[in-house]
Design a protein around this ligand. Structure first.
Ligand code: GLP
Length: 244
């Protein structure tokens, strides 16, 4: 695991954007694993800028999103499909036929999980998977205790995750309690992984990731077993480590 320390959120976004632009330009048919949340928003803004300046094209890009809330329609402003359209897809030359966000309202969710998994495999696998991290160490929506051998599945959200994500909803009762999430094994099958960590709220998770054991209690710790992971973390995320 290579760890790149940057000054702040902007520095993290800039570093991540330059890595992604390089990969997209280098690969003939790049397959990206995309994430939602506040963390990658700045990165997506920069990718849009790079696209507008003619430095990158998404014409040949395929993408798979990590997760989606169960029960939210594509046009629900809180769905991750909506997020991706608003924050990235609508502003670059990616074809919507080439993007796949799990369908959280599929009539057969188990089948939807299998389809997501199969579509990733059929694409040849994810070249670069982007990840954020939950304060409890979750990746995607794989909460502490999720087996490392998990594939795309329907998951129950932790109380703390529901609380953390309630900031986007009118009330905490509106936050879905389940999601479809790529599994940990699905994530680990990616050829390269970029983990972005920003802010003091993630400082404990970063400390546990860097200084702790590989354990299902901290889902992100599995990344230490992957041969090609880059963590980009800002000064605020280092506050717990720095205080030791
Ligand atoms: C959410 C998402 C994750 C994300 C994490 C952190 O629940 N499912 O993919 O990495 O929580 O979110 P944020 O970046 O807003 O802190």
């Amino acid at each position: 695991m290579e760890v790149i320390r940057v000054k702040d959120y902007d520095g993290m976004s800039e570093e991540a954007a330059s890595i992604l632009v390089e990969r997209i330009n280098r690969l003939d048919n790049p397959v990206l694993g995309l994430a939602t949340g506040s963390t990658p928003e700045g990165l997506y803004k920069r990718l849009i800028e790079e696209y507008k300046q003619g430095n990158v094209s998404f014409k040949n890009v395929k993408s798979f999103n990590l997760d989606e809330y169960v029960g939210l329609e594509k046009n629900d402003p809180n769905s991750y499909y909506y997020f991706m359209k608003e924050k990235l897809f609508d502003h670059v030359d990616i074809s919507l036929e080439n993007v796949r966000v799990p369908n959280g309202v599929a009539s057969d969710l188990q089948q939807e999980c299998k389809d997501h998994e199969a579509a990733i495999q059929a694409s040849g696998g994810i070249d670069v998977q982007l990840l954020g991290i939950g304060a409890n160490g979750h990746i995607g929506f794989n909460e502490p205790g999720t087996p490392f051998s998990s594939k795309t599945q329907v998951v129950d959200l932790d109380e703390s995750t529901i609380e953390a994500n309630s900031r986007f909803f009118d009330s905490i009762e509106d936050v879905p309690t389940q999601a479809v999430s790529m599994g940990i094994e699905t994530i680990m099958n990616s050829k390269e992984i970029l983990l972005l960590i920003s802010g003091a709220g993630k400082a404990e998770a970063l400390d546990r990731l860097i200084n702790g054991d590989v354990t299902e209690d901290l889902p992100a710790s599995v990344l230490k077993n992957h041969p090609n992971v880059t963590v980009i973390a800002d000064d605020a995320a280092f506050t717990v480590i720095d205080s030791k």
